[in-house]
Design a protein around this ligand. Structure first.
Ligand code: ZN
Ligand code: ZN
Length: 169
């Protein structure tokens, strides 16, 4: 039987959890726990995304594939992650994926609802803008060709070449 979890380098998770020791040079742990390849192969419930933003500092951090796949397989697997701008770890509630989705699953439903409202509003705005454009176009069509001859500025009849001549009402 193979272990369900391992470290990113494929080694077993140390019983003494020594992999969580922080490297003072990088602020990162010595090792990170991921789901085994067999476990990840069971299917992703989220897209595999590599990069996320720390809300507080705005820095984009990119994680390794096995970590990204572990999240995609089990979005509740991690409770926190590393920010390469701050050089330390924070709770997932401080991070969003590059596409805007919060990494913390408890925030995702509200985010999705808000996104849908925004999209519906934008769609309605586009619809109203299109109606206004078509109304303006219709009005100009109904007006017919513009008079460009002497009739535009006097009581004189349209010149023979004037496009407005044939469409007078
Ligand atoms: Zn940060
Ligand atoms: Zn005319």
């Amino acid at each position: 039987m193979t272990d369900r979890i391992q470290l990113t380098d494929g080694s077993p998770v140390p019983a003494d959890r020594s992999h969580t020791e922080i490297d003072p040079k990088t602020g990162m742990q010595k090792g990170y726990v991921v789901l085994s390849p067999e476990e990840r192969a069971k299917g992703f419930v989220k897209p595999v995304r590599r990069s996320y933003v720390h809300a507080k500092c705005g820095t984009l951090t990119t994680m390794g594939r096995s970590l990204a796949e572990t999240y995609a397989r089990d979005p509740n697997f991690y409770s926190g992650t590393f920010c390469c701008g701050c050089g330390t770890h924070f709770g997932l509630d401080e991070f969003t994926w590059e596409d805007g989705e919060p990494m913390d699953t408890s925030q995702q439903e509200a985010w999705l609802a808000e996104k849908r409202v925004t999209e519906a509003r934008q769609k309605e705005e586009r619809r109203l803008r299109r109606i206004a454009e078509l109304r303006a176009e219709l009005a100009s069509l109904e007006l017919g060709p513009e008079c460009t001859c002497i009739a535009a500025v006097s009581d004189a009849p349209h010149a023979d070449w004037c496009l407005a001549k044939t469409s007078t009402t």
